[in-house]
Design a protein around this ligand. Structure first.
Ligand code: EPU
Length: 419
């Protein structure tokens, strides 16, 4: 018998208390594959999300010993072997592609099926593959399987057409054990890149420039033990900050790095949101009258694409006309029709949405079409009159840890129903 999980939310409850932010999904999903390169590794502050479980399963399948206890992952690679990562494993999430770079560095040979992940656009991996090819790899594609071999994995100067997070990380992983010094130009600058570079450096890698657009990786022949703490999830923090701006009463969001949230804080400030930053905490209150703003997603340090959708729900509560524009993916607007079904007034023009507010939202049954669309529907359900039911919540659970527990603890009326 198959059970369907749904999120059931009773809206309009005030939120106060403290929400603690967990480790960043988009960092940990690269750190776990990267750990394959170490003799043994410890990763602290690991969030309890299903993407972590999916990666644990891959590492275990490769023969490594992996344990996850008290937010800490320990990995020992003594018995790690190079095996084909089949569709059954790779299709669970996007980040399975980081085993390409990691296994290529470790064994010079990888067989892996095309990665899964949210359906938010075509999401090709051509930059990753072109980077490997420049480093001497030969790539064959059989159906959805890639066979990547680099008998002589060597350094290269790689210019990325787009500052891709995935390609930057994958090339960095391959380069740590390549012969010579690799340069990545137009590299992604996201904080997650800095976190992964620090982890690889703790093993003995020689990476500099992470966090800038030019990364230098001097290949080394041997890597030792690795240790790292996952940075706080800026997208989780941003999502709760948005919710707090709509429903908070001295709601405390704890464990943030302010610099990672600068674009989001700036935009919320422009909308007139009521928040105060105290070190690693943000105290946020419901804002009586929010002003309309224009939100355009960009690569870091611009406004993150992963927060565009939840932010679009906030824009329905601003007094006037706001613009929400997505520039990274083709398909980040699938939640709009669900917001409109709840009473929003949004006109969609391809990747631009004109959002007229303030509209009163009412509870409906809606779908989480992808992870961040799910977050947008969650925000909508929290502020809507009556009950909202969200289906397809597996997407949400891939990226937001203990979401029901965290929100219930500050006063939300929310539960997961299995039918
Ligand atoms: N792109 C290509 N070719 C490539 C790689 C990327 O055309 O070889 C394009 C993509 O199609 C996209 C743009 O470049 O239009 C940027 O993609 P990027 O590679 O930066 O994204 P990603 O690595 O696939 C990661 C996160 C995403 C997050 C983006 C941007 C993981 C597993 N995923 O994706 O997270 O939106 O960076 O910050 O880390 C999410 O958490 O909801 C999510 C989708």
């Amino acid at each position: 018998m198959v059970f369907i999980k749904r999120l059931v939310i009773e809206g309009e409850h005030e939120l106060s208390g403290t929400i603690k932010i967990g480790g960043a999904k988009n960092s940990v999903v690269a750190l776990i594959p990267a750990a394959i390169l170490a003799e043994e590794a410890t990763i602290y502050n690991v969030p309890a999300i299903s993407d972590v479980k999916a990666l644990e399963a891959i590492t275990e399948y490769l023969g490594s010993d992996i344990t996850y206890k008290n937010e800490t992952i320990k990995i020992n690679n003594n018995n790690c072997q190079n095996k084909e990562i089949t569709n059954e494993f790779s299709s669970k999430l996007r980040a399975s592609y980081y085993y390409m770079g990691a296994l290529l560095a470790k064994y010079r040979y990888v067989e892996i099926s095309f990665p899964g992940g949210c359906n938010i656009g075509s999401r090709p991996i051509d930059f990753h593959l072109k980077g490997f090819e420049k480093m001497g790899a030969k790539i064959k594609q059989e159906g959805d399987k890639f066979i990547i071999e680099a008998k002589n994995l060597h350094s290269a100067e790689i210019f990325l057409d787009i500052a891709s997070v995935g390609a930057t990380l994958n090339i960095m992983l391959a380069a740590v054990k390549a012969d010579g010094t690799t340069y990545i130009y137009n590299a992604a600058m996201e904080p997650e890149i800095v976190n992964v570079a620090a982890f690889l450096n703790s093993m003995g890698a020689k990476i500099s420039g992470a966090g800038t657009s030019e990364i230098k990786v001097q290949g080394v022949s041997q890597l030792g033990k690795g240790i790292v703490e996952v940075i706080p999830d800026r997208i989780e923090a941003g999502t709760y900050l948005i919710i707090g701006s709509l429903l908070g009463k001295n709601l405390v969001i704890e464990g943030i790095i302010k610099e990672h949230l600068e674009s989001v804080l700036t935009k919320l400030h422009e909308a007139g949101a009521d928040f105060e930053i105290k070190g690693t905490k943000i105290i946020v209150n419901k804002t009586k009258k929010l002003k309309p703003v224009n939100v355009r997603t960009l690569v870091y340090p611009g406004f993150p694409t992963d927060l565009g959708q939840p932010m679009s729900t906030l824009l329905t509560q601003c007094d006037g006309e706001s613009l929400f524009e997505e520039t990274i993916y083709e398909n980040r607007m699938r939640h709009i029709k669900h917001l409109n079904s709840m009473g929003a007034d949004i006109r969609l023009f391809d990747k631009k949405a004109i959002i007229k507010g303030k509209t009163n939202l009412v509870g409906r049954e809606v779908i989480a079409t992808d992870l961040r669309a799910g977050a947008a529907m969650l925000v909508a359900g929290m502020i809507a009159k009556g009950t909202t039911i969200i289906t397809n919540i597996e997407h949400i659970l891939r990226g937001y840890e203990k979401i029901v527990g965290k929100l219930s603890s500050v006063g939300a009326v929310i539960k997961i129903d299995e039918i």
